[in-house]
Ligand binder design. Sequence first.
Ligand code: BG6
Length: 319
Amino acid sequence: MDRSNKPSAIGVGATLPQPTISLRDNTVIATLPTGESVTIYLYGATVTSWKLADGKEQLFLSEKAHLDGSKPIRGGIPVVFPVFGRPPQNHATSSLPQHGFARNSNWEFLGKSSESLAKDQKEGDDAVKLDFGLSRPMLTEEFQKSWPYDFGLVYSVTLMKDGLETSLQVQNKGSQNFEFQVLMHTYFNIEDISQVRVKGLQSKTYIDKTQNAYVHTEASHAIEINKETDRVYQSLDPEVPIVLSSANNDTPIFSIAREGLNDVVVWNPWIEKAQGMADFGPDEAYKNMICVEAGSVAGWQILEAGDSWVGGQTIRPRL
Ligand code: BG6
């Protein structure tokens, strides 16, 4: 009998579905065979989108964000380096803009790094790790003048079925030691700020940037955001994840685990500040975002000539 629809044999060389990676218009998009995706602009190596298999966006991106390299991107995960906030006076970073130069420099896509995936047992179709590089010769002349050190950054973004990992390696390629701060300025996409609580910070010391850097101790085990909030929580145990949870039923929405990043900034501009930012929109969107930023920003990391440092975060959403 002729079976025209008989199944064809699976060849010995048949390949499993692999992640797809595209680089177009200075943007890298990676998609797992299971549907999760991540979008990274070379400008700032800024992750601007992270979607789960059901297409749900996990990161907030302002409708008015500049995506043409004219301004740091308002949303996603900008990388802050080598200074957090406004640089202090009489410091090597003094002439740099707020949050340094990493988020407003053009990075290079170094490709997919499968070697470390194998090491982390994330090989196959479960994860893809994308590396981005920035070094001194790639900076604008102005930034080179403003910060005199020879450095290399490798920023790795790993998309997994059940999370997103971002990690930064800082290399001192010069002959002088330098000091730096670093932060992953993650804008989380949330449905309603009044329904979200931030957990894992109770009894920790924080600087309140809305109150002239006044130092407080956190009393709450589940922080509610109901006004402008700009706090730098310090010296946390990176083993304890910060959890965004639902006020309703206490279920986790996101958990943020860190390595080498012992400070966490919690930021929401609230009504007036949101209206005052030309690239923030719509005005009401402050209700749909919260920044929980893993970093090393309370003091300075000192990196000796020839040395390197690594820090990173792993974000797991509710699945
Ligand atoms: C946060 C800071 O990390 O970033 C805030 O703690 C700041 O003080 C916010 O307002 C946004 O900064 P920028 O430079 O992107 O407007």
